[in-house]
Write a protein that binds this ligand. Sequence first.
Ligand code: ATP
Length: 350
Amino acid sequence: MSLDLFLSLRHIHKEFGSFTALKDINLDIRKGEFVCFLGPSGCGKTTLLRIIAGLEIQTSGEMTQAGRDISRLPPALRDYGIVFQSYALFPNLSVADNVAYGLVNRKTPKAEAERRVKELVKLVGLPGSEGKYPSQLSGGQQQRIALARALATSPGLLLLDEPLSALDALERVRLRQEIRTLQQKLGVTTIMVTHDQEEALSVADRIVVMNQGVIEQIGTPMEIYREPASPFVADFVGKVNVLPACVSGGQLTFGPLRLPCDGADRDVKIYLRPEDVLARPIAQGDAHVFDATIEKIEFLGSFCHVHVGSPALGLHKLTVYLSLNFLSEQSLQIGSTLPLKLLPERIKVF
Ligand code: ATP
């Protein structure tokens, strides 16, 4: 890892009684990076974030932040700001007092704290809200203030524990982009816990995909999506068709597909994204083409999830994405047949 290494976790292990929540977590985060911990409920992502914050103590393992061993430091001696899922603002304090909380604890002179509060509420897009109380703010506004409070002392590390999950869909998308823009502007190293893959793909520099207490893969959003390291990652991040195939005599056979494939004869599963099945343009004599019949159309706006069957696929079904324009141009509906082409280079075999 390069010189700008900021946070380093080594062999982090966490047990709650006889239950192992984290197993041998190793992770390096660079200065200024935005990293998402992504995984299903119970995979250990919040526990890992809390260990980094010192709110939970690892059973074994070490951590350094900016070259300092923080493995056993109490939270107050660590250098981070944190935002939780539910609005953890103090309901009896004004916005200004909430934001100034960390500054007052550090005995920042009053005039300086006031200036900083003003700057921060402006930074999160709520100038003039200093005198309001949390109950007078929407959920999204409260999370913006929680963000301002977390950033007040200019921490080296910003920790976000599912900060968007209590918000409605529109506000979630808006605020995640605001957080990303702010993070890039300030250059603050950030870790966000989320179970929402779209959220992680859209904001992170790198994603740490977790499952049952272990890291399944660490990579950029593109790497995670295009080169999933395991069936779990392929399945959890993005939609995927999972289909049985067989390898025999150095060839993988599935429906219309015949591909060279190393290794012994065996049954395998192939993973193919819906967008890697093309409906056009298909030239005469194209390879990997088969006729499919539309069985179901899930209308989602400009794109539809279209479920197809084909004699070439046996009993198996495929989901493909087709644009609404394409469906109407070609007068396609349930029962229509159309040629589809599989992109063999995009197939993952596990
Ligand atoms: P979620 O998105 O649901 O919060 P998560 O991936 O963040 O899931 P964690 O909260 O880190 O998961 O929990 C990981 C596992 O550890 C879960 O099985 C949880 O029940 C268990 N766990 C967490 N905290 C404790 C605790 N204090 N005592 C016992 N078990 C715990």
